[in-house]
Design a protein around this ligand. Structure first.
Ligand code: ADP
Length: 483
């Protein structure tokens, strides 16, 4: 079955089209033929019955002049002749009284045919069709009662003409139906071809689109359904193109970021090794620079790895019961030394008790990134404050510093990967604390992994505030195992 059923839509449509047209056509032809055949037979029966009736009437008229009933019958049959109609009269015992065939026709064995039983006295007719070597005939018998004697009049009419007419009609159907089917199949084939042409051109265009030609789009047209299909496909291409572009930019930015520290390592090693008379202090200073560059490299690679895993969905948080205020306490404590060297004080402001279900390592990373930035961009001396409160069904963590602020045009861009404000970049690079522009994107992804968000709150020269919002009922709580 599956082998018989065509694989192309065009062939299937053609088959359906032909079948849907062919079947009603066939039914129509059969019904028409049957109706026509019945009408012909009814006409024939009517003709025979009328003729027999006329014969009967004539026998009654003839009886007045004739000597006996049988004479009257014989005379009538001599005089009343019908084209193609053979009339036979028998008496009630079945004895042949008279026979009238066409002029010159030989008596046929068919005229000996008798009806099983007699037609009723009340003028009922008995009908029957017979087929013999001579051809097919229609036989009708009717009673004739005269002078209290019962006779049976039988009329036999050749069906040759009817059969010829039916054969003609059949012939017309046999030619016309396959012809119509062929026309239906051909037009179905062309119609299918026409309606599927836009699909073919879409497929052709789609096959040509590669990673270098992602800006190309499919032709839109060919009916509402196809317009929808091509629009859906084009939207997919839009997203693919955007994602490819993002990926390309990411690769370019990542290699750019990695180039600086690797260049420093190489240049430092080259310069130091170019002379043999270096003092241990020179080597030490050189290795210090190499160590800083290596640290920076490690940090960038770690950040990229973490972001890559969140993108691919491979970063699965390991949730556990924790207290956010404790985590904040640990985080501020961890950066205190760094802050002191920069002349910045880090302190916890208003803090509530906040039991939470989340990944302590990731959340620690989030707070550290925010604190790191706050310290980096704080003036010296400066103050960084951390607050923890609850608003509705969310815990709100605010990390505020007294830094230069972030221009409103960059409010969202700072969450893009590798984005850095030029000003701050040069300033922090001088101080050796330059980041790669990955801290905030990572922090935001961690907040999102916990069903929360990270946004920049108020930011102007002297005050910058980052706001972390985490749902009190963490989405990770279902996944966590009870401790
Ligand atoms: P980086 O590692 O360079 O700090 P981030 O993604 O953490 O990267 O931050 C992106 C940029 O946002 C920074 O380069 C800086 O320009 C700006 N930024 C982040 N935090 C602050 C802040 N507290 N004050 C001022 N600017 C900030």
């Amino acid at each position: 079955m599956s082998q018989l059923w065509p694989s192309t839509i065009r062939a299937r449509l053609t088959l359906w089209y032909s079948a849907l047209l062919g079947l009603p056509l066939l039914i129509f032809a059969v019904v028409c033929f049957q109706l026509f055949a019945r009408a012909l037979q009814a006409r024939t029966d009517l003709f025979i019955a009328d003729a027999l009736h006329a014969v009967a009437r004539e026998v009654v008229a003839e009886r007045r002049a004739a000597a006996g009933v049988e004479d009257a019958i014989r005379t009538t049959l001599e005089e009343v002749r019908f084209q193609e109609l053979h009339v036979v009269v028998r008496d009630s015992s079945g004895r042949l009284v008279a026979i009238a065939t066409e002029p010159g026709a030989a008596p046929s064995p068919l005229d000996t045919i008798q009806f099983p039983g007699h037609p009723g006295d009340t003028g009922t007719f008995a009908t029957r069709s017979v087929t013999a070597v001579e051809g097919s005939y229609r036989l009708i018998a009717r009673p004739l009662v005269i002078d209290n004697r019962r006779f049976v009049l039988t009329g036999r009419y050749s069906l040759a003409e009817n059969e010829a007419a039916l054969a003609q009609v059949r012939g017309i159907f046999v030619i016309a139906i396959p012809l119509l089917l062929a026309v239906a199949a051909t037009s179905g084939w062309f119609l299918a071809k026409r309606s599927l042409a836009p699909v073919s051109s879409m497929a052709g265009r789609a096959a040509e689109i590669g990673s270098r030609t992602l800006h190309e789009r499919l032709p839109v047209g060919g009916g509402a359904e196809l317009v929808h299909l091509s629009s859906v496909f084009n939207n997919l291409l839009d997203r693919l193109e955007a994602s490819f572009e993002q990926q390309r930019r990411f690769m370019a930015d990542a290699s750019h970021e990695l180039r600086t520290p690797t260049a420093i390592v190489r240049a430092e090693a080259d310069v130091t090794l170019s002379r043999n008379d270096r003092s241990p202090a020179d080597y030490r200073a050189s290795l210090q620079i190499v160590q800083d560059a290596a640290r920076r490299l490690t940090r960038i690679v770690d950040d990229l790895f973490l972001l890559g895993r969140t993108d691919s969905g491979h970063l699965v948080p390991r949730p556990g019961q924790l207290w956010l205020e404790e985590l904040l306490h640990d985080s501020t404590h961890g950066v205190r030394q760094l802050a002191e060297t920069r002349g910045v004080t880090v302190s916890l402001g208003v803090v509530i008790e906040a039991p939470f279900e989340g990944d302590a390592d990731l959340l620690g990373r989030l707070f550290l990134n925010l604190l790191d930035n706050a310290i980096k961009y704080s003036p010296s001396p400066g103050k960084v404050t951390v607050d923890l409160s609850r608003v509705g069904e969310h815990y709100i963590v605010r990390v505020a510093d007294q830094g230069p602020g972030i221009p409103s045009a960059a409010r969202e861009r700072i969450f893009e990967r590798f984005y850095r404000l030029d000003e701050s970049r040069s300033r922090t690079e001088e101080s050796g604390m330059s980041g790669a522009g990955l801290g905030l994107p990572i922090a935001r992804r961690i907040a999102e992994l916990h069903g929360g968000s990270l946004a920049l709150g108020e930011s102007r020269p002297g005050t910058t505030e980052f706001i972390v919002s985490l749902p009190v009922i963490s989405p990770l709580s279902r996944a966590s195992s009870p401790r």
